[in-house]
Ligand binder design. Structure first.
Ligand SMILES: Cc1cc2nc3c(=O)[nH]c(=O)nc-3n(C[C@H](O)[C@H](O)[C@H](O)COP(=O)(O)OP(=O)(O)OC[C@H]3O[C@@H](n4cnc5c(N)ncnc54)[C@H](O)[C@@H]3O)c2cc1C
Length: 555
């Protein structure tokens, strides 16, 4: 099929914008990527000083740029990840397509030409963030201009606006009230009494560091907290997302919470047993995490992950308190529904972010609406009204796994579609898929779906994009032809290299590189693998038996 070269506007040069720029250029299109900040890094330019990734370097890296350290994965700091993006841009010579300090202001479809008219404003470099300082000595003319494009890739990030709920009694509260977005480090909370609101990773990490300097710290969790799987396994240096693998996530959803419970129970028993040995605190933390997870009966199959054990560490090691109820603020603290109270001078709310698309608001509010409700787009990517012209990349939140890995697959799919390498289904089929996907994700993640309207299961979602592109690994063939590679794929981390093994689609050099990297990745935890494999074998045998007896479709 012939390639019709397209001229594409990419909004934002965070991980998604960078990735999309690379993939489209590689396919022969022309790209102008506009970024309002003065350098690469996206949201990680603004995050708190000691921010560390919650997905390991294995899952956060892209399949075409390796740090060469797959045998000993770690969790990157924000600075390390920014440096990864910079080296990626350098390797693929992408900077010449990116215009920093350029903000997209307005987008309008020209009905006569069919093109998208994009208004761009040069902006003064943002000096608020220390990670930008070195990049801010540019002289700018602050021009405002318009350009025309065939298609728009919206990569402006899902963290545009902090969500700050108004709490009962907030106007009476005499202390300081801040959102985690404005939190940089704990130094100014020294000697304070601090209440943290939220139960995600930011809340856990911030609570951990604040509790080291504050007089008193507490966390309030309304409803269920994120299912806690700390960054490292037990007391080891082994990253836990080695267990984000096909063996675990190929299990039926109905077994999910049972698998979660059994795994946590084993961890609880082992850590209690280990109390008698050295490193008592570490084992107490593991036991407490298991207790909390078992108490709320959730798992990685049904609840978003909290991959930081920070708040549990603060509770065990520094006597921080935990409250699990609704609350109202009073002059000098918080009153909880169950009658308890906590006196504080600072409240830090870690209540997340939402996306916003002000550049569509004036002329295309319906596109802006679809952006804010990602499930309205096909595969949470393609705008149903203009599927080959407007796409949203990076607006998916996996319960576990990593967003950056998902971004690679979304971007690959978009570049295939733009280059006619992959055809999208008809609009009617897309609409049906949208309905089915919405039902699937809403029922799986019933605790979170109202608050996190983009949540998906990492493996199911990645596989669904891979199936559209025809790049699913052939597991049966691998089992017989290369059982070692197969075992790494089943029991090692699910990274995007797995979608680069199909012979007809990829060059031998690409397949060899992907294979080499998969082989370098360590296996997941032995106990967890045994538990998840047992359920998988049990579930598959039952489905096979049912198929034989009732002649049901085993899928
Ligand atoms: C504290 C924190 C920790 C996280 N940890 C992880 C992790 O461990 N693993 C993981 O996979 N994900 C993590 N995430 C999720 C993270 O947001 C995504 O992985 C990643 O940032 C997505 O990249 P993006 O390019 O879609 O968005 P962003 O990184 O937000 O980048 C969007 C870019 O668009 C630019 N932009 C926006 N509007 C305009 C405009 N009008 N004109 C021009 N430019 C514009 C912004 O300036 C920004 O640079 C974390 C998020 C936070 C907040």
């Amino acid at each position: 099929m012939t390639l019709l070269k397209k001229h594409i506007c990419v909004i934002g040069a965070g991980p998604a914008g960078l990735r999309v720029t690379k993939d489209l250029i590689e396919m022969g299109h022309t790209v102008s990527c506009f970024e309002k900040m003065p350098k690469l890094g996206g949201v990680f330019l603004k995050t708190y000083d000691n921010m560390r990734f919650v997905s390991s370097s294995l899952l956060s890296a892209w399949s075409d740029y390796s740090d060469g350290q797959e045998h000993s994965p770690t969790y990157w700091t924000a600075d390390e990840y920014i440096s990864y993006c910079e080296k990626f841009a350098e390797k693929y010579d992408l900077l010449k397509h990116i215009y920093f300090c350029h903000q997209i202001e307005e987008i309008r479809k020209n009905v006569d030409t069919g093109k998208w008219v994009v208004t761009v404003q040069e902006v003064i470099p943002d000096t608020k963030y220390k990670r930008c300082i070195k990049a801010t000595d540019k002289a700018l003319a602050l021009l405002r201009f318009s350009l025309q494009f065939d298609a728009i890739a919206v990569c402006s990030g899902a963290n545009s606006q902090p969500v700050t709920p108004i709490f009962k009694g907030q106007h009476i509260f005499k202390g300081e009230f801040i959102h985690s977005n404005d939190y940089l480090n704990p130094s100014r909370f020294e000697g304070n009494r601090v209440l943290i609101v939220g139960s995600g990773e930011s809340a856990a990490d911030i609570m951990n560091e604040v509790s080291k300097v504050a007089l008193k710290t507490a966390i309030v969790i309304r409803g269920k907290h994120g299912h806690i799987i700390p960054r490292y396994q037990g007391n080891s240096n082994s990253v836990t997302d080695l267990n984000t693998n096909r063996c675990r996530y190929s299990n039926s959803y109905i077994f999910g919470d049972t698998i979660g419970y059994v795994t946590q129970w084993f961890k609880y028993i082992i850590s209690k047993w280990n109390f008698r040995k050295k490193d008592i605190s570490a084992n107490k933390i593991i036991a407490k995490i298991a207790e909390l997870n078992m108490e709320q009966k959730t798992s990685a199959f049904s609840k978003y992950g909290c991959k930081s054990s920070g708040f549990v560490e603060a509770i065990i090691l520094r006597d921080a308190e935990m409250f699990r109820s609704e609350f109202e603020l009073v002059e000098n603290g918080a009153l909880f529904k169950d009658g308890k109270s906590f006196e504080c001078d600072t409240v830090i709310v870690c209540t997340g972010y939402k996306s916003a698309f002000p550049f569509f608001d004036k002329y295309h509010p319906e596109i802006s609406h679809a952006g804010m409700n990602p499930r309205l787009n096909y595969k949470q990517i393609f705008n149903i009204q203009y599927p080959k012209e407007i796409v949203f990349i990076g607006f998916v939140r996996p319960a576990f796994g990593s967003t950056t890995a998902i971004i690679e697959l979304q971007s690959r799919l978009f570049s295939y579609v733009m280059s006619n390498k992959t055809q999208l289904p008809s609009i009617e089929e897309q609409q049906l898929d949208i309905i089915n996907d919405t039902i699937e994700w809403s029922s799986r993640f019933k605790y979170d779906t109202n608050r996190i309207n983009s949540i998906v299961d990492y493996q199911l979602y990645c596989d669904s994009l891979a199936k559209i592109m025809g790049v699913m690994p052939n597991l049966t063939e691998l089992f017989f032809m290369n059982p070692y590679l197969w075992s790494k794929i089943m029991f090692g981390p699910l990274t995007t290299h797995q979608y680069k093994l199909r012979r007809i689609i990829f060059l031998d050099s690409e397949i060899n590189e992907a294979t080499k990297i998969i082989i370098r990745q360590p296996y997941g935890n032995f106990l967890e693998s045994i538990i998840t494999a047992s359920f998988l074998v049990f579930g598959s045998s039952w489905r096979f038996l049912l198929h034989l007896v009732c002649r049901l479709d085993p899928s």
